[in-house]
Design a binder for this molecule. Structure first.
Ligand SMILES: Cc1cc2nc3c(=O)[nH]c(=O)nc-3n(C[C@H](O)[C@H](O)[C@H](O)COP(=O)(O)OP(=O)(O)OC[C@H]3O[C@@H](n4cnc5c(N)ncnc54)[C@H](O)[C@@H]3O)c2cc1C
Length: 282
């Protein structure tokens, strides 16, 4: 393969992508489904000299093992809805993405890089404590999604690396995702909440993970709230108290879609709905 025959490159495998990335670094943009990249380019937020398309790279897969789940980076979001054995949070997040055509084109990997009002899959993955598998000139690196976001459109990824897969180790037994959009069924995310829980036989939380989307450029984990749940039984009092801390110390987006006040209120409502539902299901 000639490395730079044109501005649109279609490598056949990860190795070829990495060698192109090593050569072109930030001059080239990796494109998977293209649904978000097209907007970044047309709004001139980024101006790449070349496109490295992942369309021929075999990273479209879902592997469900006894104690882990691995999803290839170019797996279309629609495939998450059809796959059996995935955590509820991930399925619900996939269903909530706007439109059938978009679900077929947009990829799991691309969603992780796309800022609010997108990032629904990323929010669910964050609450599932997902780990990103990155590959570059230096080999393979695993980065927890909770340590991936460094700022608006800034990620813990090196210029010669690409995301190849997402892994969920020991998928939590209970998980949920809820989002609010301006429209009835789906659309841009005003606020979203995803919660995963592992309960012991006495109903006390062994592990609680809470992620919020739509409130900041990229989703975040509410660590303080998670600590409030660890080792405790779910009660209405605990849930109501925790809901008030969800956005503590967080600068919430205030824009034409919604005010920061509204987003904060919504986050609390969605969080309480998820946890009251967990209680009611025992
Ligand atoms: C009309 C419309 C409605 C939408 N509604 C929603 C919605 O309801 N919820 C939601 O969450 N999102 C929504 N989005 C956003 C979009 O669909 C998602 O973010 C999508 O998942 C992006 O995936 P992609 O494969 O198209 O990414 P691309 O557009 O191909 O890439 C996006 C970014 O990710 C980088 N990238 C992609 N894959 C890799 C990789 N493997 N390694 C390294 N970098 C990579 C690219 O370089 C680029 O910067 C919507 C978009 C549109 C246009």
């Amino acid at each position: 393969m000639s490395l730079i025959a044109s501005g649109y490159l279609t490598p056949a495998n990860v190795q070829e992508v990495v060698s192109l990335k090593r050569k072109l670094r930030d001059k080239a943009l990796v494109v998977a489904g293209g649904t978000a990249a097209v907007q970044l380019i047309s709004k001139m937020i980024i101006e790449p000299q070349a496109i490295i398309s992942l369309e021929k790279v075999p990273l479209n897969y879902v592997k469900i093992r006894a104690n882990s789940i691995e999803i290839g980076a170019t797996t279309p979001i629609a495939r998450l809805i059809r796959s059996r054995g995935l955590p509820d949070a991930l399925k619900r997040a996939a269903e909530s993405i706007h439109g059938l055509a978009l679900k077929d084109m947009a990829t799991v990997g691309g969603n992780i890089f796309t800022p609010a009002p997108a990032g629904d899959i990323a929010t669910a993955l964050l609450a599932l404590d997902a780990i990103l598998i990155l590959r570059g000139g230096g080999g393979v690196r695993s980065v927890p999604l909770s340590k991936f976001y460094k700022g608006p459109l800034q990620f813990n990824i090196r210029p010669d690396e690409i995301l190849t897969a997402v892994k969920i180790n020991k998928p939590p037994k209970h998980s949920a995702f809820l989002k609010q959009t301006p429209w009835k069924y789906s659309g841009p995310t005003i606020a979203s909440v995803s919660v995963s829980l592992d309960l012991d036989r006495n109903g006390k939380a062994r592990r609680a993970m809470v992620a919020l989307g739509g409130l900041t450029t990229h989703p975040y984990r509410a660590k303080k709230v998670e600590k409030m749940f660890t080792g405790k039984k779910l009660t209405e009092q605990l849930i109501d108290g925790a809901a008030q801390q969800l956005t503590d110390g967080v600068e919430v987006i205030d824009d034409a879609l919604a005010s920061s006040w509204y987003r904060r209120e919504l986050a609390q409502v969605l969080f309480k709905r998820i946890l009251y539902d967990f209680i009611s299901r025992g």
